[in-house]
Design a protein around this ligand. Structure first.
Ligand SMILES: [Zn+2]
Ligand SMILES: [Zn+2]
Length: 347
């Protein structure tokens, strides 16, 4: 056997050529001379193998990883040791050295490759959505049959901001590009549906009320026939507020608290605590506001009768004495509410 390249006959042969001729052309690794890495200039995510990765890593590390990903080692190489080095940075281009030592057919080799890694600053799909004002849901903050108060708007804004702060850790589209301040209430435009729903839930937690979703078809993908929907989520808070008087199940109840799913109050005839599920809101009737409560003076007290002055005409009115008024004395002021010409004392 002789080498068809150099004619030598005394060397280890690899097929038809000697090992020296074989190794002259041999490369242990393949790596492109130019590598591009895309990084989002807004959020620092990077495009790796077609997927945007969010976790932040320093630029140097991004370059090293790009080099590693692009190295192909020949199967014949054994005991290889690859050393990566950033020689110099020129603007967004890193000139790098890739040094390889290894063995092929028992022969130790080393080789060096010059590679430039270019960092391309672009905008990732999420950031481009954010920039374009994209939104998937609109949370409509409304009240039932009344205007929303300034403090309620302030509280709602705070809840929206707090929810976004929390959600942005798990949802990049947790942002509010716009708040439309309408006469009937605020519309919060929310990047994702998931976070829109969370906000509505948190508003409900604070104010009580009813959530309703209505999807609207925004556009249609002509190729697939699939619709793109945007979801309007309305949260309608009750007409009645804490301190108000409502009628439910033939009882008159003063509202003490409105929670996520329940209204808590006192039956003003029996002074018994009442819990009303908010889902029955349609059976709840507002009868008097807290601001309708009046004050009057007690003129006499007996074991069974408490006599007060009617603030309307200062006539004396006898009312049934109850345990909860035991601590009152003649001359004390006491609160009352008039409902359908009947006077109820309030402790
Ligand atoms: Zn040869
Ligand atoms: Zn981004």
């Amino acid at each position: 056997m002789f080498c068809i390249e150099c004619g030598s006959t005394d060397k280890k042969m690899i097929g038809e050529i000697c090992i020296d001729c074989f190794l002259k052309e041999f490369q242990m690794i393949e790596i492109p001379e130019n590598i591009n890495v895309e990084i989002c200039s807004h959020c620092n995510s990077r495009l790796e193998e077609g997927k945007w990765q969010e976790s932040f890593i320093p630029e140097e590390e991004i370059i090293y990883r790009a080099l590693e990903r692009n190295i192909k080692i020949n199967d014949l190489v054994e005991n290889e040791d690859i050393n990566l080095e950033i020689d110099q940075m020129k603007g967004t281009i890193a000139n790098c050295l890739v040094e390889v030592v290894g063995e092929v057919y028992g022969v130790s080799l080393d080789e060096t490759h010059d590679v430039s890694v270019r960092i391309l600053k672009t905008v990732c799909p999420t950031c481009s959505k954010i920039q374009s004002g994209y939104y998937e849901s609109v949370v409509q903050f409304r009240a039932d049959s009344r205007e929303i108060k300034k403090e309620e708007y302030e509280m709602a804004n705070e809840i929206v901001a707090r929810t976004l702060d929390k959600q942005v850790k798990v949802d990049k589209l947790a942002y509010c590009p716009q708040i439309a301040k309408l006469k009937e209430g605020y519309d919060y435009y929310i990047g994702s549906l998931k976070t829109g729903r969370k906000i509505a839930e948190n508003l409900k937690e604070e104010f009580g009320g009813i959530i309703k979703e209505s999807p609207r078809l925004i556009s249609e993908d002509k190729s697939t026939g699939k619709g793109l929907y945007r979801i309007w989520i309305s949260i309608r808070i009750p007409e009645f507020e804490i301190g108000d008087f409502i009628e439910y199940d033939s009882k008159i109840i003063q509202v003490n608290d409105i929670a996520k799913n329940i209204v808590v109050g006192n039956d003003i005839k029996t002074n018994k605590k009442q819990n009303i599920p908010l889902k029955n809101i349609n059976d709840i009737k507002l009868i008097k506001k807290a601001c309708d409560i009046q004050t009057t003076t007690i003129i006499s007290i007996s074991p069974r009768i408490i006599q007060i002055l009617d603030p309307a005409d200062y006539s004396a009115v006898d009312l049934e004495m109850k345990d909860e008024f035991n601590d009152y004395n003649i001359g004390d002021e006491i609160k009352l509410i008039k409902i359908e010409d009947y006077i109820y004392l309030i402790n």
